[in-house]
Design a protein around this ligand. Sequence first.
Ligand code: FMN
Length: 354
Amino acid sequence: MGKLRMPNRAVMVPMTRGRATGEGVPTPIMAEYYGLRAEAGLLITEATAISRQGSGWLNAPGIYTETQVAAWRPITERVHAAGGRIFLQLWHMGRVSHPDFLDGALPVGPSAVAAAGETHTPTGKQSYVVPRALDAGELPGIVDDYRKATENALRAGFDGVEIHAANGYLLDQFLRDGSNRRSDEFGGSIENRLRFPLAVAKAVADVAGAGRTGIRISPQGQYNDMKDSNPLALFSAFTKALNGTGVTYLHVMDPVTADHMLSNGEPQMHPALRPLFPGTLMVNGGYTRETAEAALAQGTADLIAFGVPYLANPDLLERLRAGAAMNAPDFATLYSPGVKGYLDYPVLNANATP
Ligand SMILES: Cc1cc2nc3c(=O)[nH]c(=O)nc-3n(C[C@H](O)[C@H](O)[C@H](O)COP(=O)(O)O)c2cc1C
């Protein structure tokens, strides 16, 4: 894919695990965690804030300070030493951040429309607030933050970056008419709503260089209170327009439940998007060995990304090859600090060198 030589078609999806410091600095246990999974065709990191304004999840990492960049370096080195490839997921949370993360400032969004729901902040559970609508004049500055974050990721040794345009964060908020009520050139028609996410995609792909940029969408996702009047028309137009941006792969998240993100059985939209994107198509959402093989055989996807199965099974590939049983995930430790539920899942063959 692009400049990457991938030994297989299995990818580890981005998964927030909350093991960085309160200042968004990656920790040494994260090198161990990613290093153990380096056999994947590609690893994608947990969502990583591109700026202070874009942050807003307890102990999630960032890539906007020199301390953060330096702390990512041993992680990419560990993955490369183990023969792997790793992209960083670029994240701006937009309206679903909270003043507790922003020195009391309001989070920003396309429009002053709050998401329904609650978030965990350093002071406990809090409702989402009404965000401050971004002025059009501020958008070039955010594009610039994406640019700098991409440069930082390359300096930290990443093989590329994935733009997070899924799951109700800033770019998804701009895409959908439930959260984007703007009347300027960034809102209203589908063409207008694509404008800012496309500017980001182009800027990131320009900085990263050929073959080093992916983008993730969740066209059927309701996560973070996302709504749109016509998701198929919107995401078909976005997919087509991405062809002109230099993006190498499109990562489509199929419909999953909002709590543990397991497949919810709805028919998937990605086969309709497939013919619109001649680049690499990665799909994710509730895949098993059987459904992954079926998607590859039918040609509706090039790469299959695994989430929960990968966090619970560092040796996922070996288990897929062997058709072996999987460890059950421990949902209580998905986001909790420390090694429990992070580095202690057993492997099949404890004597094998990873
Ligand atoms: C603990 C956890 C954290 C997640 N964090 C992210 C994230 O940071 N970025 C993202 O795009 N998706 C995130 N997701 C969604 C996953 O990438 C994936 O789409 C979801 O788990 C469904 O795939 P699966 O059925 O293979 O687990 C997260 C899911 C889980 C369970």
